[in-house]
Design a protein around this ligand. Structure first.
Ligand code: BGC
Length: 777
């Protein structure tokens, strides 16, 4: 039904009939069974009948408690009137406010809730949403670090923990998970997602939703997930924040959409539309995304909220000449709730009166919001639950410490410098992140959480006391420093030490929203500090803090041990000490490729083939000869990553046996079904060949050759964390079914064709052991 209407009016030609079509037809199974409940529907019907227009529109707007709308110059340029426009408390009391954002604290949320529930005519509770991205008071690594754990069950547990904490402050809605695939390390929001791979991204997306919503939204400690940013925000051109995206439908469906789809299938109650335009249509006014894909194909039955002032920003996108046109386009495209633009409540009345926006569309949007509120049980328990959590919870520290430990990726460990010996040792601890609680937390935490952080300095000093050693601390420089005045003291400390631990990298706010970078080196003069300390000849262990892959080329060539630690959270220091001293062996693997140079970006392992593939790796010491010139490569840098996707070392070594397959041929008619599972089972034996117990992330990659559409050179299709004692072996199997073996064809259909498949099993995206099979007509 909807597709027919889209064909008639065109994707850009928004009209009321497009919206109405979508309202009528919901072809796919509803994504969230709780939102499809007849009891809830009766309650919604009853309430809706009693609501006046301004009360209905109230449900469709969201404000913070600061009393202003626009904060940036760009926002004020569109709407100079936008400052100091609303009094959220008054609106709540008048029943003209549906939800609030980033209003935190039990006393605070309860005060607004009292106004809504006790003073407003219909007593409809507010829904409080917040950016709880990687913990509320007990903080764990940012999502990119969590992705490095390849441990969705851990992510589910952490999400559960943060929901339990935040609901005590009245928050029942998280603007999380961010599931945007990011292949370009320049984009600061790489920190907030699961990296470059759709399979890993989808697994993480499901885990967050399950943790937040726990299959029962009505439990007072459940929160509604808000999957963001729909869609393809991570493909912002040149990695520049808020920039446009443009891609084929095949790439959209194959690479960018799978994590959103996985989150919707897991029952996510809400979705946030993205800031970016996709193929010329801003995501916040895009019926192809918000209607055709989200509602008609996926059966999404929650509500859609815009991103912050994104409705207003349609004017800057140049597709709306007036605020009214912006409001109309966003609303008719399927954005139910206007976050902070102050457009729906002020402009929809006239659009409705003049017939440009149909009343049934307004009712449908209100319905969607109310369904979520009923499903959350907000009418029964509108206030913050229990005793408010205001500081890191002691019982939660073990979990966030484990998360941090699992997230660390050991990139280099020459001569087994790590783990550190425990006997009396002098350690020089150098760098701007060594004694820095604020920057252990990353982009979305800070303030109240800082006082609970264990710094590296504190943790290593505690160990030194225990082992009879000594820590010589020197900051050396600032994160973005230019002065070398601290270098001498750092050199002094290094010279006296047995080993130097350097804590270098970005500050938490150099990534995250509006954290795009054109350079990916260690910021400021940290690289010079590193080189200066390396000249002392003392062995150096480099800890890298970042919300994205950095260019670590010099360090990779000159520093014996390097570990990426992202932003570890509350237990940063203890987790780092545990891994440095070998109480825990590292097990993280990279969720994004680390480049040799920023010029390689966007860089990702699951590239498409070219007609002129280069020889495996070019020799950088010679200029390209005539035999190697006209191939797809740079003349001054390798194609490959410095550290590839899926890569990570530990304190032991693993070997892989041959890959065996359950069969070598699969009949096409058996394969080509959405629910075909275990078409082929791929198995390999992994053995711990070293001397320490450790956990390996065993990875399964697939390549499909001979299909009607080019397929990536390899794609992750399975992973498993396997813990092995020295000498121990385990057989690890991966089921390959329709979801793993299919691809999107030129008609946008997910299919399997009669083609050839190669399967690899190993410890990174460079896995060598392979086997192959065919799908036969
Ligand atoms: C960000 C969102 C966030 C929202 C509310 C926006 O600027 O893009 O990710 O959820 O603000 O704070």
């Amino acid at each position: 039904m909807f597709s027919a209407l889209v064909c008639r009016v065109g994707v850009l030609g928004l009209s009321a009939s497009v919206y109405a079509g979508a309202v009528l037809a919901q072809s796919a199974r509803p994504s969230n069974a709780q939102l499809a409940s007849p009891q809830i529907e009766r309650k919604v019907d009853d309430l809706l009948k009693r609501m006046m227009l301004d009360e209905k529109l109230g449900q469709l707007v969201q404000y913070n408690d600061a009393g202003y709308i626009a904060a940036t110059a760009a926002q004020l340029a569109i709407n100079p009137e936008a400052r100091n426009k609303v009094d959220a408390m008054q609106l709540a009391a008048e029943g003209k406010l549906g939800s609030m954002l980033n209003t935190v604290g039990a006393e605070h949320t309860n005060a607004f809730q009292h106004a809504a529930v006790e003073k407003s005519r219909l007593h409809i509770p507010l829904l409080f949403g917040a950016d709880i991205i990687h913990g509320f008071r007990t903080i764990y690594p940012e999502p990119l670090g969590l992705a490095a754990t390849f441990d969705p069950e851990l992510v589910r547990e952490l999400s559960r923990m943060s929901a339990e904490e935040a609901t005590t402050a009245g928050i029942r809605w998280f603007y999380s998970p961010m599931v945007d695939i990011s292949r370009d390390a320049r984009w600061g929001r790489t920190a907030e997602g699961a990296g470059e791979d759709p399979y890993l991204g989808a697994a993480m997306a499901r885990a967050y939703v399950r943790g937040y919503q726990q299959d029962d939204l009505s439990k007072p400690d459940s929160v509604a997930a808000c999957v963001k940013h729909f869609a393809a925000y991570g493909a912002a051109e040149a990695g520049r924040e808020y920039n446009t995206t443009d891609m084929s439908d095949i790439r959209l469906r194959q690479v960018y959409l799978p994590p959103y789809k996985a989150a919707v299938e897991a029952g996510a109650a809400t979705i946030m539309s993205a800031f970016n335009a996709l193929n010329g249509v801003p995501a916040t006014a895009n019926p192809y995304l918000l209607q055709k894909i989200l509602r008609d194909e996926w059966g999404f039955n929650g509500f859609v909220v815009s991103d912050y002032t994104a409705v207003m920003e349609l004017q800057n996108h140049g597709i709306a000449l007036t605020p009214a046109e912006a409001a109309k386009k966003a609303f008719l495209a399927g954005v139910d709730v206007d976050m902070m633009s102050h457009y729906y409540d002020t402009l929809l009345p006239e659009l409705i009166r003049s017939g440009q926006v149909p009343m049934n569309a307004v009712d449908e949007a209100v319905r969607r919001v109310l369904r979520v509120k009923f499903a959350l049980g907000l009418f029964e328990h509108p206030y913050a639950r229990g005793t408010e959590v205001t500081a890191a919870v002691p019982e939660h520290r073990a979990l966030v410490r484990r998360a941090a430990e699992e997230s660390f990726v050991l990139l280099k460990n020459d001569a087994n410098i790590l783990p550190l010996v425990q006997k009396a040792q002098k350690i020089a601890l150098v760098g701007p992140l060594a004694d820095n609680p604020a920057d252990m937390l990353g982009a979305w935490s800070g303030g109240p959480q800082m006082k609970d952080v264990v710094t590296i300095r504190a943790a290593l000093e505690a160990r030194a006391k225990q082992y009879g050693g000594q820590v010589l601390y020197a900051k050396g420089t600032d994160i973005q420093g230019t002065s070398e005045s601290g270098f001498a003291q750092a050199v002094q400390a290094a010279k006296q030490a047995d080993v130097v631990v350097m804590a270098l990298g970005e500050s938490g706010t150099m990534s995250g929203e509006a954290g795009s970078r054109a350079h990916l080196d260690l910021p400021g003069n940290q690289e010079q500090l590193l080189e200066t300390i390396a000249q002392t000849g003392r062995p150096v262990v480099l800890l890298v803090f970042s919300g994205r892959p950095l260019v670590l080329t010099w360090a990779a060539l000159h520093i014996p041990a390097i570990m990426e630690v992202w932003f570890p959270g509350t237990e940063a220091g203890n987790a780092i000490a545990n891994v440095l001293y070998g109480d825990v062996s590292p097990s993280g693997k990279l969720p994004m490729s680390f480049p040799w140079t920023v010029g390689q970006e966007p860089l990702y392992y699951n590239q498409f083939p070219t007609g002129r593939p280069p020889a495996p790796e070019m020799d950088l010491t010679r200029p390209p000869g005539p035999d190697s010139r006209f191939v797809s490569r740079y003349i001054d840098a390798p194609n490959a990553a410095l550290f590839p996707f899926g890569f990570g070392l530990t304190y032991t070594s693993f070997s892989y046996g041959k890959v065996s397959l359950s069969r070598n041929a699969v009949p096409l008619n058996e394969a080509n079904h959405e629910d075909a599972k275990k078409l082929v089972i791929a198995t390999a034996t992994v053995t711990n060949t070293g001397t320490r117990e450790a956990t390996e992330v065993v990875q399964c990659y697939v390549r499909n050759l001979g299909a009607s559409i080019e397929q990536p050179v390899r794609s992750l299709k399975g992973f498993a964390r396997v813990t092995l004692k020295p000498g121990e072996s385990k057989r690890v199997s991966f089921d390959l079914g329709f979801p793993e073996l299919s691809f999107y064809n030129s008609e946008g259909k997910q299919v399997i064709e009669p083609t050839h498949y190669t399967v690899w099993i190993g410890g990174s995206s460079l896995a060598k052991e392979e086997a192959s099979f065919d799908v036969k007509q």
